[in-house]
Design a protein around this ligand. Sequence first.
Ligand SMILES: *Cc1c(COP(=O)(O)O)cnc(C)c1O
Length: 405
Amino acid sequence: MLKINENFIKLPQSYLFVDIARKVQQFAEAHPEKTIIKMGIGDVTKPLPKAVVEAMKKAADEMGQAETFRGYGPENGYAFLREAIAENDYRKHGIDIAPDEIFVSDGAKSDTGSIGDIFAVDNVVAVCDPVYPVYIDTNVMAGRGGEYNDQTGWSKIVYMPCTEETNFLPEIPKEPVDVIYLCFPNNPSGVGITREALQQWVDYANEHQAVILYDAAYEAFITEDLPHSIYEIEGAHTCAIEFRSFSKTAGFTGTRCAFTVIPKALQFQGVSLNALWNRRQSTKMNGVSYVVQRGAEAVYSPEGQKEIQENIAYYLNNAKIIREGLTAAGFTAYGGVNSPYVWLKTPDGMTSWEFFDLLLEKTGIVGTPGSGFGLNGEGFFRLTAFNTLENTKAAIQRITDYFRK
Ligand SMILES: *Cc1c(COP(=O)(O)O)cnc(C)c1O
């Protein structure tokens, strides 16, 4: 008789975005005269850069001609893209990463979610709290979660509180951990990490034979002097895997292209993680479409770079308006400098959901309750910079009118 993977049954349903959608709909029905401004968007809104679209059109034409048609490509990406990534994202910045240390994929969600395939089930996993839920749920599916409790979370997962007291950075756990997920600039808090702070994690991982899974999906939003890659840190090549994505950087959320970096120096028990991941990927996937990889390559062209920088600057300007507007209105707000996310502290000790309801009722603005990202997200609220400049300004005006003392 078939037995299902019981770990899936243990996973509590995530109602976060369902609950938000229901509340927004109720509000819209009760107040048809009010315009709702969505500041909970976790998706880019600017179209693809023209250079990317042109490259994809050209590639599509090639696919329609017998002479230039391509069937299955290399599982881990075409050489033209792996070389462009190695050169532009790493070597140009003095970081030693070779094309065969880069694995092109359809997304950082798939990669951060699947990487656990190459690690034993009995490893101890450490995550930040609040956190991007993919890291936890995929480890639970694999059997690394233990039992779930509403008040404390998963019994086998080590939660690293990222609170106001820690400047929203995780502290090294007291108990031994084997797999450490870090994401900087962070989703949801929007904060970045300094080289000095990241160095401590790299030193810890090397000393304890742990691996760091570094999600750098938002590196392109960095404006201050912070590391864009964990490989800027001495010793990272022997303890860290880095995940990057064209999603937020270049508007690829619907187009799908990302990459994972596994240095050949990353070895445990004499086994290369690069070789294991290569084995995993070439067994379970057949690569990313040629057309999309040509589009991703065009991100690195001078025109592509100019266009993506303009889009990122547009989002960052919205983030600045949100952060400064909230601060002027009397809120305590974090993030929004090296990130499209602003993390605000709810006023008067309100819970995240109480503030959600108040904000929607009084201003028609929708954000994301921090408690949806973990126990330590309670009392916080995420606003995103992905709406238009006009809507962002209007939202801050409404918040100012209602909250300013
Ligand atoms: C958006 C996001 C990603 C990117 O995921 P893709 O699958 O590449 O679109 C990765 N990590 C975090 C934390 C994100 O917010």
